[in-house]
Design a protein around this ligand. Structure first.
Ligand code: 4AD
Ligand code: MG
Length: 491
């Protein structure tokens, strides 16, 4: 049987029948030897949390030699017969007929020889941590969430569009972009002995000045750069998403997003994945409804499709995670205006690290208080002060607020940010001026308001934020395979 057709361990444990011939490969989790010249191997191939118990005895050719190399972390291939297991832990086990050691793992050096490493330590061996129960489960749940996201939009007729990773516009206007340039180290200046090696090909905007091509060709310092103007990694695909939504109907993007915010928190990454749907003819209440259905669908799918991994998270990571998720499914998300939210926070009987008043950004402590303690459920905060939000959000008639919405959930805080978009040309231009943006640099975005403008809305969900919610994990660096954060991009 070719490797393509061999059932993996998840399938064997679920459907495998005693008597079936089996050919299986994976990594050894543990080995126990009995005095009667046979051994139990716990074999894992990543297809599920559970291991396949393999029984190897002296009838297996080369048993005595091979078994010594079967240590934790080694990779092996076993053929044999599935038998009903006398043990209570599993329905079936594998009685080996042949055993091949594919790759050994030095028992002294293998970092996962022992169990119970801290998440901090495992981050330093990110290339191996997926072999642990926790990180294997996270990988499977992350996959399930991504599949659920595509199904959610595909079943509703949304088109998946790919917006650029390299861009020349700052969607959020927060100046947190990583610059993309071929000037700098190793290019132009170094050969000419000019400048210092301050910046690599990608630098945080503002963090280091890129060395520039010294040839006097243009006033624009980027005229000789690869794209002929200043380019960066995208902080959001929204603006480009809007152009497609206003042509082909509802769309969504799902891709990597980059932010050079220097925040060393358990909720921020420098590289994260964001899902951004954009819908023509949707107003803010429609946008909220879609966001709520979206979150609930993901939660429901994970509970349904990953029961074993979810039971593990509930037992080992967060004893309340299943209760929290079931609670989320039961209730309608509460809609709370920003003004109301600030009132609740300021009237609450507690001392805040950062006191707030109307017009201030709510801090994580306020958001967490609202969703975890006051409402005890997910909430959607809407109609934020215009001074706090980006230029593209639709202005309300009160002249003070915009049609923004943030979805806040217990345990995490903000997982979604979105809004209805300003579709009126004159108001948009005025907002750009307020935000100190040059409309000429956004000419193509402004064009949408010139030619067949329509009301439209959208939002962005942080993939890793919803993974924190569904797994109960505490640190965002542990729900992405290779986290990027200040001073860290080793793997
Ligand atoms: O609230 P944000 O900044 O909104 C936007 O980018 C809009 N353009 C989205 C839209 O309307 N199309 O980011 C959206 C979400 C946040 O709610 C959060 O879940 C996640 O993206 N996010 C981050 N996740 C991890 N690390 C970071 N540094 C994040 N910044 C935002
Ligand atoms: Mg936000």
């Amino acid at each position: 049987m070719s490797a393509l057709d061999r059932p993996r361990i998840a399938k064997l444990l679920k459907d495998g029948q005693p008597g079936a011939a089996v050919d299986v490969s994976g990594w050894v989790r543990t080995r126990r030897d009995s005095k009667q010249a046979f051994s139990f191997i716990e074999l894992n191939d990543g297809s599920c949390m559970a291991n396949l118990q393999v029984v190897v005895d002296a009838n297996v050719p080369g048993y005595a030699e091979a078994i010594k190399q079967v240590t934790t972390g080694a990779s092996i291939r076993v053929t044999g017969e599935l038998t009903a297991s006398p043990g209570a832990k599993q329905r079936v086990e594998l009685q080996a007929k042949t055993l091949t050691v594919l790759g050994t793992a030095d028992a002294v050096k293998y970092p996962l020889q022992k169990k119970g490493h801290s998440f901090e330590f495992l981050r330093e061996i990110a290339h191996l941590r997926a072999r642990t129960n926790t990180f294997g489960a996270i990988a499977r749940v992350r996959n399930c969430v991504c599949d659920s996201i595509h199904r959610f939009f595909q079943s509703r007729g949304f088109l998946y569009v790919h917006t650029p990773i390299i861009t020349t516009s700052d969607c959020e206007g927060a100046g947190e972009m990583f610059q993309v340039t071929t000037l700098g180290v190793g290019r132009g200046t170094r050969d000419e002995g000019l400048g210092k090696e301050t910046s690599g090909p990608v630098t945080a905007a503002g963090a280091a000045t890129p060395s520039l091509d010294p040839r006097p060709s243009s006033l624009d310092p980027y005229a000789n750069d690869f794209f002929g103007k200043k380019a960066s990694l995208t902080v959001s695909g929204q603006l480009e998403g809007e152009t497609f939504a206003c042509a082909v109907g509802p769309v969504y993007t799902f891709g990597p997003t980059f932010r050079a915010e220097n925040s060393n928190t358990t909720r921020h990454l420098a590289e994260f994945w964001m899902i951004e749907p954009e819908m023509p003819f949707y107003e803010l209440p429609d946008n909220m409804q879609l966001a709520e259905e979206f979150i609930k669908t993901i939660v429901r799918d994970v509970l349904e499709r990953c029961p074993e991994d979810m039971a593990f998270f509930n037992e080992r990571i967060d004893k309340n995670v299943l209760a929290t998720l079931n609670h989320i499914l039961e209730k309608d998300f509460r809609r709370v205006s920003y003004t109301e939210a600030i009132e609740i926070v300021t009237q609450a009987d507690r001392k805040w690290e950062y006191p707030v008043k109307w017009g201030d950004n709510m801090q994580a402590e306020h958001e967490r208080f609202l969703t975890e303690e006051h409402f005890k459920q997910p909430i959607i905060v809407y109609d934020y002060p215009r001074t706090l939000k980006p230029f593209y959000m639709k202005c309300n008639a009160d002249g003070k607020t915009v049609r923004a919405m943030d979805v806040l959930v217990p345990g995490v805080g903000e997982i979604i940010g979105g809004s209805q978009r300003e579709e009126q040309l004159d108001v948009l231009l005025q907002r750009m001026e307020e935000c100190d943006l040059n409309p000429e640099e956004y000419w193509w975005y402004v064009d949408l308001r010139r030619y067949g403008t329509v009301p439209h809305s959208g939002f962005g969900l942080g993939l890793e934020r919803i993974l924190l919610l569904v797994t109960g994990m505490q640190n965002i660096r542990d729900v992405i395979p290779y986290p990027r954060f200040p001073k860290s991009a080793e793997f």
